[in-house]
Design a protein around this ligand. Structure first.
Ligand SMILES: O=C(O)c1ccc[n+]([C@@H]2O[C@H](COP(=O)([O-])O)[C@@H](O)[C@H]2O)c1
Ligand SMILES: Cc1cc2nc[nH]c2cc1C
Length: 337
């Protein structure tokens, strides 16, 4: 059961007291894995994934039947600084495209057998430009966290969260820099495709935001000051999934930055999440490294929308199908080595 999110401390407490995986299911799944008709370890990382999934679902022989994909959309005041190759109106235009089934994520979610929904967050009220002040008030952050928190279907058995938000690789880079240190240039990339001058300007913007707000060590304060509504909604959904013991597949650069704020609030808060892919946005690999997450795919995607996460649903489904559907040596009458 999900508690109501009355305030930010309720959210922090929910994350800090959320349950871990089920020890019996983990042990049962590991035992079953050892009896399946294959040489030990021959399914590589699929074996570890299936056992991880079984632990979080509390079932040594689980199935994936109800994956959910949620795309959150938000607009960013920092786009006034010329940080994106595209104009901010594209966010709302793409939301319509998602609703009409015309975006990449519609096709990828369908191919993965997942139910997909889109939630736009106050698109006509962009966040404040973080070089001038905090991107969001506490009330705005709480509202956005709640939108994500409530969007998770308690009956889902796997969650992918994605985003749409022109300009949002800038907040994502600023969050990474504030959380993990280093220079703004280490975390700033081309996003939708800014040119060299655009990249230099974007790096300056990230550096200014981190200089103004980066001092707080608190994950939610960094998310509030440097983030955006769709990032906060993704964080809220990932946290809700943790409480509901629904495993999560992370998407790209922006999704991972939002998730990283949760790990700062409660180390281990992302233990129920795997990295779906490594984005072509340059600093994604370093961010995944900081979170100790090995991506499942590396296909050069830099789309967002949950696309890399949705693609990885098929990998996880396949891992679980093998684990739960294969015969044991005894059942199949195959001689063990
Ligand atoms: O997921 C990623 O790794 C990713 C990398 C680069 C761009 N994006 C998408 O592109 C938009 C942000 O790019 P930008 O250049 O406007 O900051 C936003 O809608 C994201 O979904 C997404
Ligand atoms: C067209 C377009 C589609 C997107 N999907 C996610 N981010 C995007 C950015 C643009 C510009």
């Amino acid at each position: 059961m999900l508690p109501e999110l009355d305030d930010l401390n309720t959210f922090r407490d929910a994350l800090r007291t959320a349950p871990g995986p089920d020890g019996d299911a983990l042990q049962g799944a590991a035992d079953r894995n050892g009896q399946l008709t294959k040489p030990p370890g021959a399914l590589g990382r699929l074996e570890e994934l299936a056992i991880w999934y079984a632990g979080w679902r509390g079932d040594a022989q689980p199935r994936i039947e109800a994956p959910q994909v949620i795309v959150f959309a938000g607009n960013h005041g920092v786009t006034a600084q010329g940080v994106s190759a595209f104009p901010p109106e594209v966010t709302a235009q793409m939301v319509l495209n998602f609703e009409h089934g015309g975006a990449a994520i519609n096709q990828l979610a369908k191919a993965a057998g997942a139910r997909m929904t889109v939630q736009a967050l106050d698109l006509d009220r962009p966040t404040a430009d973080f070089t001038q002040g905090p991107a969001m008030t506490e009330a705005e952050l709480l509202d956005a966290l709640r939108t994500g928190w409530r969007a998770v279907d308690p009956d889902a058995d796997l969650l992918v969260v994605g985003e749409m938000g022109i300009g949002n690789t800038t907040p994502a880079a600023a969050i990474a820099c504030a959380l993990f240190g280093g220079e703004a240039a280490d975390w700033t990339g081309r996003g939708t495709g800014v040119d060299d001058a655009g990249l230099a300007n974007k790096t300056r913007v990230v550096a200014e935001g981190v200089a103004l707000h980066g001092g707080s060590g608190d994950g939610l304060e960094i998310l509030r000051c440097l983030g955006g509504r769709e990032l906060a909604a993704m964080a809220g959904a990932i946290a809700a999934a943790r409480v509901l013991r629904i495993p999560v597949i992370l998407d790209g650069f922006i999704c991972t930055a939002a998730a990283a704020c949760l790990d700062r609030v409660a180390p281990g808060a992302l233990d129920h999440a795997v990295a779906g892919h490594q984005s072509a946005e340059g600093a994604h690999a370093a961010m995944l490294g900081k979170l100790d997450k090995e991506p499942l795919l590396n296909l050069g995607l830099r789309l967002g929308e949950g696309s890399g996460g949705a693609l990885a649903i098929n990998i996880l489904k396949s891992a679980v199908a093998c684990h739960s559907g294969m015969a044991t040596f005894t059942e199949a009458g195959v001689s063990e080595g």
